[in-house]
Design a protein around this ligand. Structure first.
Ligand SMILES: Nc1ncnc2c1ncn2[C@@H]1O[C@H](COP(=O)(O)OP(=O)(O)OP(=O)(O)O)[C@@H](O)[C@H]1O
Ligand SMILES: [Zn+2]
Length: 729
């Protein structure tokens, strides 16, 4: 056997959609036009697996004899993956220590690539009631009103088994509908509803339109205060891409934001863009995938997973709310969508726009380095002004016993209510209380699988672990000492704040907005409609309400606990607190009526709080950047984490120790740990961490690859690498 780089003409190296397998060689049968990028079906043992033909030189392997090659089974009738996309997949896999097949999975994510073009069969209720009723059937009939989907989607939506849905179909309660595999897509009209831009907006719009026409790689940081019209401005670039017949990808940090975005887009371009997120039903996933691969979908808006899709001729990428940490994926391939978006721009040779009112320190640093071009919108659009921000010192302005809102904030809420204006209370904690404690023995109710407290959710009468999803009924007695009525809820979550609001203002119409209540774009749409109709007076929400929304009648914002974010003390704690509070403050007074923001804190003198109340954004950024520079922290250095986990703690510890002991020694390369992770147990696995700190000039991945490749550990141990980590637990 020898390593050959130039394979024979009828030989194909195929990256199969299976992370455990390396690339394999196959024979290309006579007449099959398979070349790099082609999506194929290949035999593996008795099975048939999808895969993509790749340049052999990208993945050198020991070649097997031509006579032993099995032939490819089929060439799929879908456009091949482009060379720039193949290079992006390779880059992502190398940079983030992921199997190329795992990255490829995100590209082919819908199964659409392998499905034939036959119609998709969906079902919906037809009003017939089956003769025989069961509780499950009743539940399904209740929950599936106006829902259409495949059998398994209906089962999921109705929370019953597939057999129940099949039974309903047999009993004649469901009608069958054929849905075309191809979407019927109306192209957006770039000139549908043009807006008159201000002078500042026009200047930036022109820069971006020029960039789209130039069709060259250029990242932009579109830095404009909340409500300055960043969206209007980047819509100009989208319009230009449409005129050039190029595709645009708009990435949003949260699927809940897609729904309001669709409406806004429709108002500007006359039709909705194509959406991509985990909430899509199977038939829409397939259709949308196909439409963007064929180039029919001109504008795609989605969550981070939309980044890897095989667009036919991408001309522009926009990352909105680009500072958001939710662009970092924390499981599977641990990539940062903002960084990969820029890499995609580089490979596709197109402009990339990062829009934010509170840019990441990393992005500002790139501007300083001359890598990104800065475009600034310093003022709110029109007559709107930035809200007044005031700190409420909780040690002076003390909330009543058993409550969490300072008297000054309560009074402001009351006045706002009287004026008929809307208010928003922000607390980044889901549920009722973060901890349940026994007054008798001091026992704290922990998750059995994680080093974490069980969070009380009073609305669903359960305790839930926010790390693994474990739930239990609210116990009547202490699980430790057995005492009755001794359990108390400690600390507030949004539900508890909402209870307080209802006690204070029984007449107020309230809404809780968290991922528990707004779990789909449709739910977000309902919430927006209610806000716009004035059917809600006071919203209590988590970070989900801090970004993107535009409610003209929302004039008062209260930050319930500004200190929470600073507690963890990780690298980005101050930056994140600043961003969150500035963003939530940015929801207030976005139209004619001015806004007011109260920030409850025990540390009114903290630099973050001071910068917020003085509106000294640049002061905060400069100080924070300098402290990072002084500490040689990112972006002035690089970090990578190694997370070792196993159900067996001693195995995990041994492996972590082995990794630590074999750490390479190099100038500007330091390894800290191993140490038990702060989240020492997660989903029943014991976790240990190492942190690598390196000079920017160092080939971090190369050194780590060489180091880890030589080591062996028990099969049950998982070793994950997190490059440029955002989470340190
Ligand atoms: N040139 C314009 N003409 C008319 N309306 C405008 C114009 N520019 C902005 N607006 C309006 O001002 C409001 C704020 O604009 P937009 O939502 O684009 O700001 P943003 O910078 O994206 O805000 P945020 O970062 O807070 O989400 C919107 O209602 C928008 O329609
Ligand atoms: Zn748990």
């Amino acid at each position: 056997m020898n390593r050959v780089h130039q394979p024979a003409k009828d030989r194909a190296r195929v990256l199969l959609l299976n992370a455990a397998l390396g690339p394999l060689d196959y024979r290309i049968p006579e007449g099959m036009d398979a070349r790099p990028g082609s999506i194929v079906m290949a035999p593996l043992g008795p099975r048939k697996l999808p895969g993509v033909v790749w340049e052999a030189e990208s993945f050198p392997v020991d070649e097997i004899d031509a006579k032993k090659l099995r032939p490819l089974l089929e060439l799929r009738d879908v456009p091949p993956l482009s060379a720039p996309l193949r290079r992006l997949i390779e880059w992502t896999a190398r940079y983030y220590f992921a199997a190329p097949a795992s990255v490829l999975r995100m590209v082919l994510s819908s199964g659409a690539a392998f499905a034939d073009n036959r119609p998709i069969i969906e079902y919906r209720l037809n009003g017939n009631v089956p003769d025989r009723m069961t509780p499950q059937r009743e539940q399904a009939l209740e929950k599936l009103v106006d829902v259409q989907g495949t059998i398994s989607e209906l089962a999921f939506k109705a929370d019953v088994s597939v057999a129940v849905i099949r039974g309903l179909e047999k009993a004649g309660a469901l009608d069958r509908h054929e849905v075309s595999a191809f979407a019927d897509i109306k192209p957006p009209d770039p000139d549908f509803a043009k807006v008159d831009l201000s002078d500042d907006q026009t200047k930036i719009g022109n820069v971006l339109m020029g960039a789209v026409r130039d069709a060259a790689f250029q990242p932009y940081l579109l830095d404009g205060v909340t409500g300055s019209g960043k969206t209007e401005v980047y819509f100009e670039a989208v319009a230009e891409a449409l005129r050039q017949d190029k595709q645009t990808l708009v990435l949003l940090p949260e699927i809940a934001l897609t729904e309001p975005f669709l409406d806004r887009f429709q108002a500007r371009f006359g039709t909705e863009p194509v959406a991509w997120h985990s909430g899509l039903k199977q038939s829409d996933r397939k259709k949308n995938w196909r439409a963007l691969a064929d180039g029919d979908a001109k504008v795609v808006v989605g969550a981070r997973s939309a980044l890897f899709l095989p667009y036919k001729n991408l001309g522009l990428i926009i990352v909105d709310e680009a500072h958001e940490v939710s662009f970092k994926q924390e499981d599977g391939v641990r990539y940062h969508a903002r960084d990969v978006a820029v890499m995609r721009g580089l490979h596709e040779k197109i402009p990339v726009v990062l829009a934010s009112a509170t840019p990441a320190i990393e992005s500002r640093h790139q501007v300083e380095q001359g890598n990104y071009e800065l475009l600034e919108l310093p003022a709110r659009f029109g007559a709107a002004t930035l809200p007044e921000i005031e700190a409420l010192d909780l040690t002076q302005d003390i909330p009543a016993r058993g409550s969490w809102l300072a008297p000054t904030l309560v009074k402001a809420l009351e006045e706002n209510l009287d004026k008929g204006e809307q208010s928003l209370l922000f607390l980044n904690r889901r549920g009722f209380a973060p901890l349940t404690l026994c007054r008798t023995c001091g026992h704290r109710i922990n998750c059995p699988n994680c080093t974490a407290w069980m969070v009380e959710h009073r609305l669903t009468k359960r305790l839930a672990c926010h790390h693994c999803g474990h739930v239990m009924p609210q116990p009547e007695q202490c699980p430790e000492c057995g005492d009755e009525d001794s359990l108390v809820a400690c600390g507030p979550g949004v539900e508890r704040i909402c209870d307080e609001v209802k006690m204070l203002f029984p007449q107020a119409r309230t809404a809780i907005v968290t991922s528990d209540t707004i779990w789909s774009p449709a739910k977000a749409g309902e919430f927006v409609a209610q806000m716009e109709a004035g059917a809600i007076d006071i919203v209590v929400g988590t970070q989900l309400v801090t970004k993107g929304y535009h409610f003209p009648n929302l004039t008062l914002v209260g930050v319930v606990d500004a200190d929470i974010g600073l507690e963890g003390g990780d690298l980005r704690a101050a930056e994140r607190s600043f961003q969150q509070i500035a963003q939530v403050a940015g929801r207030a007074g976005r139209a004619e009526k001015p806004g007011h923001v109260y920030v409850q804190t025990r540390m009114p003198g903290a630099p973050v709080i001071q910068a917020l109340i003085k509106g000294d954004r640049d002061g905060f950024y400069n100080a924070e950047t300098e402290s990072r520079r002084a500490a040689a922290a990112p972006p002035f250095s690089r970090l990578a984490a190694i997370i070792v986990s196993s159900e067996d703690n001693s195995e995990a510890m041994e492996t972590a120790r082995l990794i630590g002991q074999t750490a390479p020694k190099a100038e500007g390369f330091a390894v800290y740990g191993p140490a038990p992770a702060p989240l020492a147990m997660l989903r029943g696995r014991h976790r240990h961490r190492l942190l690598i700190h390196a000079h920017r000039s160092i080939e971090l991945q190369e050194i780590m690859r060489e180091w880890l490749e030589k080591l062996e550990w028990p099969r049950a141990v998982r070793v994950g690498v997190d490059v440029d980590p955002y989470s340190f637990v």
